[in-house]
Write a protein that binds this ligand. Structure first.
Ligand SMILES: [Zn+2]
Length: 215
Protein backbone atom coordinates (compact mmCIF):
# COMPACT_ATOMS: atom_id res chain seq x y z
CA UNK A 1 0.00 0.00 0.00
CA UNK A 2 1.28 3.43 -0.90
CA UNK A 3 0.40 6.95 0.17
CA UNK A 4 -1.56 7.30 -3.07
CA UNK A 5 -3.66 4.25 -2.08
CA UNK A 6 -4.34 5.82 1.32
CA UNK A 7 -5.45 9.06 -0.29
CA UNK A 8 -7.69 7.11 -2.65
CA UNK A 9 -9.26 5.21 0.26
CA UNK A 10 -9.84 8.36 2.34
CA UNK A 11 -11.50 10.12 -0.57
CA UNK A 12 -13.72 7.08 -1.16
CA UNK A 13 -14.78 6.57 2.48
CA UNK A 14 -15.32 10.25 3.35
CA UNK A 15 -16.59 11.10 -0.15
CA UNK A 16 -14.13 13.93 -0.62
CA UNK A 17 -12.14 14.96 -3.63
CA UNK A 18 -8.70 13.49 -4.10
CA UNK A 19 -7.19 16.92 -3.45
CA UNK A 20 -8.98 17.28 -0.10
CA UNK A 21 -8.10 13.82 1.13
CA UNK A 22 -4.51 14.40 0.06
CA UNK A 23 -4.39 17.41 2.43
CA UNK A 24 -5.68 15.22 5.28
CA UNK A 25 -3.25 12.38 4.68
CA UNK A 26 -0.30 14.77 4.29
CA UNK A 27 -1.30 16.60 7.50
CA UNK A 28 -1.25 13.33 9.45
CA UNK A 29 2.19 12.34 8.19
CA UNK A 30 3.52 15.85 8.73
CA UNK A 31 2.40 15.89 12.36
CA UNK A 32 3.94 12.47 12.98
CA UNK A 33 7.27 13.65 11.54
CA UNK A 34 7.12 16.96 13.42
CA UNK A 35 6.37 15.24 16.74
CA UNK A 36 9.16 12.71 16.25
CA UNK A 37 11.57 15.50 15.42
CA UNK A 38 10.77 17.29 18.68
CA UNK A 39 11.12 14.06 20.63
CA UNK A 40 7.40 13.51 21.23
CA UNK A 41 5.83 10.11 21.23
CA UNK A 42 2.79 9.54 19.02
CA UNK A 43 0.28 7.08 20.31
CA UNK A 44 -2.54 5.85 18.08
CA UNK A 45 -4.80 3.60 20.10
CA UNK A 46 -5.46 0.24 18.49
CA UNK A 47 -2.69 0.82 15.95
CA UNK A 48 0.61 1.48 17.67
CA UNK A 49 3.06 4.13 18.69
CA UNK A 50 5.87 5.99 17.01
CA UNK A 51 8.77 7.22 19.09
CA UNK A 52 12.46 7.86 18.83
CA UNK A 53 15.22 5.88 20.44
CA UNK A 54 18.52 7.34 21.36
CA UNK A 55 21.42 5.28 20.05
CA UNK A 56 24.57 5.71 22.14
CA UNK A 57 27.83 6.77 20.50
CA UNK A 58 30.03 3.81 19.68
CA UNK A 59 33.28 2.84 18.04
CA UNK A 60 32.75 1.18 14.69
CA UNK A 61 35.07 -0.01 11.98
CA UNK A 62 35.43 1.14 8.42
CA UNK A 63 34.48 -2.02 6.49
CA UNK A 64 37.10 -1.32 3.79
CA UNK A 65 40.15 -0.34 5.79
CA UNK A 66 39.30 -1.83 9.18
CA UNK A 67 40.15 1.51 10.80
CA UNK A 68 38.31 2.53 13.97
CA UNK A 69 35.69 5.22 13.49
CA UNK A 70 33.62 7.06 16.04
CA UNK A 71 29.91 6.68 15.36
CA UNK A 72 28.17 9.60 17.07
CA UNK A 73 24.97 9.27 19.10
CA UNK A 74 21.85 9.53 17.03
CA UNK A 75 18.10 9.41 17.31
CA UNK A 76 16.32 6.73 15.33
CA UNK A 77 12.58 6.50 14.84
CA UNK A 78 10.78 3.25 15.48
CA UNK A 79 7.22 1.95 15.40
CA UNK A 80 5.79 -0.32 18.02
CA UNK A 81 2.55 -2.07 16.93
CA UNK A 82 -0.29 -2.25 19.45
CA UNK A 83 -1.49 -5.57 20.81
CA UNK A 84 -4.74 -5.17 18.83
CA UNK A 85 -2.83 -4.67 15.57
CA UNK A 86 -0.69 -7.73 16.23
CA UNK A 87 -3.81 -9.77 17.00
CA UNK A 88 -5.55 -8.65 13.80
CA UNK A 89 -2.53 -9.64 11.69
CA UNK A 90 -2.25 -12.96 13.50
CA UNK A 91 -5.95 -13.71 12.87
CA UNK A 92 -5.68 -12.83 9.18
CA UNK A 93 -2.79 -15.22 8.79
CA UNK A 94 -4.75 -17.97 10.51
CA UNK A 95 -7.81 -17.29 8.36
CA UNK A 96 -5.73 -17.60 5.21
CA UNK A 97 -4.30 -20.98 6.09
CA UNK A 98 -7.74 -22.31 6.98
CA UNK A 99 -9.72 -21.06 4.00
CA UNK A 100 -13.35 -22.15 4.06
CA UNK A 101 -14.51 -24.94 1.80
CA UNK A 102 -16.18 -22.69 -0.76
CA UNK A 103 -12.99 -20.67 -1.30
CA UNK A 104 -11.06 -23.68 -2.46
CA UNK A 105 -13.16 -23.88 -5.60
CA UNK A 106 -12.47 -20.49 -7.01
CA UNK A 107 -12.37 -20.90 -10.78
CA UNK A 108 -8.69 -20.82 -11.70
CA UNK A 109 -9.37 -18.67 -14.75
CA UNK A 110 -10.02 -15.69 -12.49
CA UNK A 111 -7.14 -16.32 -10.14
CA UNK A 112 -4.60 -13.53 -10.34
CA UNK A 113 -1.09 -14.78 -10.83
CA UNK A 114 2.22 -13.20 -9.96
CA UNK A 115 0.89 -10.37 -7.83
CA UNK A 116 2.63 -9.12 -4.72
CA UNK A 117 -0.70 -8.74 -3.04
CA UNK A 118 -4.29 -8.35 -3.91
CA UNK A 119 -5.64 -4.87 -3.19
CA UNK A 120 -9.38 -5.14 -2.65
CA UNK A 121 -10.56 -1.84 -1.14
CA UNK A 122 -14.22 -2.70 -1.75
CA UNK A 123 -13.93 -5.42 0.90
CA UNK A 124 -12.61 -3.01 3.52
CA UNK A 125 -15.97 -1.79 4.87
CA UNK A 126 -17.23 -5.35 5.01
CA UNK A 127 -14.15 -6.71 6.73
CA UNK A 128 -13.97 -3.96 9.34
CA UNK A 129 -17.63 -3.11 9.92
CA UNK A 130 -19.54 -6.23 8.95
CA UNK A 131 -21.55 -7.94 11.67
CA UNK A 132 -21.16 -11.64 12.22
CA UNK A 133 -24.55 -13.02 11.25
CA UNK A 134 -26.02 -15.52 13.68
CA UNK A 135 -27.30 -17.68 10.83
CA UNK A 136 -25.37 -19.31 7.98
CA UNK A 137 -25.27 -16.91 5.01
CA UNK A 138 -25.18 -19.76 2.49
CA UNK A 139 -28.12 -21.65 3.98
CA UNK A 140 -30.06 -18.36 4.08
CA UNK A 141 -29.26 -17.66 0.42
CA UNK A 142 -30.15 -21.21 -0.59
CA UNK A 143 -33.47 -20.98 1.26
CA UNK A 144 -34.42 -17.65 -0.30
CA UNK A 145 -36.61 -17.53 -3.41
CA UNK A 146 -34.96 -14.37 -4.75
CA UNK A 147 -31.81 -15.60 -6.49
CA UNK A 148 -31.21 -12.18 -8.05
CA UNK A 149 -31.00 -10.62 -4.59
CA UNK A 150 -28.85 -13.35 -3.06
CA UNK A 151 -26.56 -13.46 -6.14
CA UNK A 152 -27.18 -17.13 -6.85
CA UNK A 153 -26.41 -17.61 -10.56
CA UNK A 154 -27.08 -21.32 -10.86
CA UNK A 155 -28.89 -24.02 -8.91
CA UNK A 156 -28.01 -27.67 -9.37
CA UNK A 157 -29.28 -30.71 -7.50
CA UNK A 158 -26.79 -30.76 -4.61
CA UNK A 159 -24.97 -27.46 -5.01
CA UNK A 160 -25.53 -23.90 -6.14
CA UNK A 161 -23.22 -21.30 -7.62
CA UNK A 162 -23.18 -17.91 -5.96
CA UNK A 163 -21.30 -14.71 -6.69
CA UNK A 164 -19.12 -13.35 -3.93
CA UNK A 165 -20.66 -10.02 -2.92
CA UNK A 166 -17.22 -8.87 -1.73
CA UNK A 167 -14.98 -10.53 -4.31
CA UNK A 168 -11.21 -10.81 -4.18
CA UNK A 169 -11.17 -10.53 -7.95
CA UNK A 170 -13.77 -9.95 -10.68
CA UNK A 171 -16.01 -12.90 -11.36
CA UNK A 172 -15.29 -14.65 -8.07
CA UNK A 173 -17.97 -17.30 -7.82
CA UNK A 174 -18.38 -20.03 -5.23
CA UNK A 175 -19.78 -23.52 -5.57
CA UNK A 176 -21.66 -24.21 -2.35
CA UNK A 177 -23.34 -27.47 -1.30
CA UNK A 178 -26.89 -27.27 0.07
CA UNK A 179 -25.67 -29.62 2.79
CA UNK A 180 -24.29 -27.49 5.63
CA UNK A 181 -20.93 -29.13 6.33
CA UNK A 182 -17.48 -27.80 7.17
CA UNK A 183 -15.26 -30.34 5.46
CA UNK A 184 -15.17 -32.27 2.18
CA UNK A 185 -15.13 -35.56 4.11
CA UNK A 186 -18.61 -34.86 5.45
CA UNK A 187 -20.06 -34.20 2.03
CA UNK A 188 -22.15 -36.89 0.33
CA UNK A 189 -20.39 -38.59 -2.58
CA UNK A 190 -22.78 -37.42 -5.31
CA UNK A 191 -22.68 -33.82 -3.98
CA UNK A 192 -18.90 -33.89 -4.11
CA UNK A 193 -18.90 -35.09 -7.71
CA UNK A 194 -21.41 -32.47 -8.73
CA UNK A 195 -19.38 -29.79 -6.95
CA UNK A 196 -16.31 -30.61 -9.01
CA UNK A 197 -18.35 -30.70 -12.23
CA UNK A 198 -19.82 -27.29 -11.42
CA UNK A 199 -16.37 -25.91 -10.58
CA UNK A 200 -15.17 -27.12 -13.96
CA UNK A 201 -18.06 -25.57 -15.87
CA UNK A 202 -17.78 -22.33 -13.87
CA UNK A 203 -14.14 -22.20 -14.90
CA UNK A 204 -15.20 -22.36 -18.53
CA UNK A 205 -17.90 -19.75 -18.15
CA UNK A 206 -16.79 -16.18 -18.54
CA UNK A 207 -18.56 -13.21 -17.00
CA UNK A 208 -20.21 -12.31 -20.33
CA UNK A 209 -22.04 -15.64 -20.27
CA UNK A 210 -23.82 -14.77 -17.05
CA UNK A 211 -27.55 -13.96 -17.30
CA UNK A 212 -28.11 -10.32 -18.30
CA UNK A 213 -29.27 -9.31 -14.81
CA UNK A 214 -25.82 -10.09 -13.42
CA UNK A 215 -23.76 -7.93 -15.69
ZN1 LIG B 1 -25.08 -23.36 6.02
Amino acid sequence: MTKADLIEEVSRVVEMTRKESEVIVEAIFDSIVRSLRSGDKIEIRGFGSFRTRQRQPRIGRNPKTGARVEVPAKKIPYFKPSKELKDVVKQLRRARTRAPLWHRFRPSRFRTRNVDYLWTPWRYQYVTKGDTPSVCVFCTAAGSSDDQKTLIVHRAKHNFIILNRFPYTNGHVMVVPYQHVATLEELAEEALLEMMRLARSAKNTSARDLPSGWR
